[in-house]
Design a protein around this ligand. Sequence first.
Ligand code: SF4
Ligand code: SF4
Length: 423
Amino acid sequence: MADYRQMWNDLGMDMENHDALCQVLPTAVGDVFLTQENRPKAMDFWDLVISEVHGIRPAELIEEQKKGRKVFGTFCVYVPDEVVIAADGIVTGLCGGSQFWVPDGEKVLPKSTCPLVKASVGARLGRTCPFFRIADMYVGETTCDGKKKAYEILSEDVPMYVMDVPQMKREKDILKWKDEIAQFARKVEEFTGNEITSEKLAKAIHIINEKRKAMQRVYDCRKSKCLPISGRDTLLMTQISFFDDPERCAQMCNRLADELEERIQNGVSVVSQDTKRILVTGTPLAVPNWKLHNLIETSGAAVVCEEMCTGTRYFENLVDETQTTLDGQFMALSERYMKTNCACFTPNTGRIDDILRLAEEYKVDGVIDCSLKFCCLYDTEKYSVSRALKKAGIPCLSLETDYDDADAGQLRTRIGAFIEMLS
Ligand code: SF4
Ligand code: SF4
């Protein structure tokens, strides 16, 4: 592993605490990923990236900053990457997925805040994540209350821009989101000093659409009864896609999809044919949160799809590429992003439709609906999700969890019993 200590020091990181974090990550990666058998060879790219997650990509971002490019840190799949890329900016995901950052978050936030928000704030204020140090501007959004209030605290420490996401999806809300995207574009132009033209935006839309298509190709392979990749490996691919350069991400996902398609043709599966197939739905699983997938897949089942923001919500639906004016492109972006079904919207029946559709497409035996503790939105929607699945005759297990491992034993028991029941 290259020596990144000077870089971390220059970023003003808390070196002592960061050392402690660096010590636990390799063990987690080894336990969750490297113990798997018969993995696709193309996973070598993501294994390398995750093994040096605080080194390789941060170093690249710093090199780009030296050339004058700005880095925008985002927390939600509603923030349109296309706008930033059209101004020659770079987007990096900033959602915290480790218990390590939670105590620093709890110094300024109520304990009864969801761990994703606490970890994100803790990663910034505790100075133990390079991505949170590198981003020139944070872009938040008015989705859940926990995030909205956390952005107020973060804005005292770092330039912050908050996009006003509608709460409903009526015609007027789609128009409002279009205006919000146009306003964001003006902010990005001002911050980067680069004008966004319709030509540049068209190119950016194409780049992100190609990334979405490549990720969809990988997911399509999971629909096969001959399962060529584990849920853990696919989750890692998706999590890293929030940080990576979008064109390289598309290239690597297409390379993986090529191998998976060949595996299916040759009958190479990572599990036996009678393994129970699980769709997971709920709150996002930000890196390095692999707890749920690890528990399911070491209990004898396979995760074949994620109806999550670290899953299908991230890449399903393309932006219309036929628009040639900025106005038309902003509308096309609004229409695409408003098709994403997050529990912060009301009503949110589209998510139920998505879960039922995906359960059929991915031929699942059961659904695990898991929300992070203190996420009122997804916790409340469990009622409608389980009712719809019951009506459709699809077994469902509802869970709630945190980032720490204290409940792992209890979760394993419940997941094990659910899988046994599916048999
Ligand atoms: S769950 Fe909702 S708020 Fe969270 S990242 Fe997804 S869309 Fe954004
Ligand atoms: S998991 Fe729920 S509470 Fe946490 S940030 Fe996402 S929407 Fe908000």
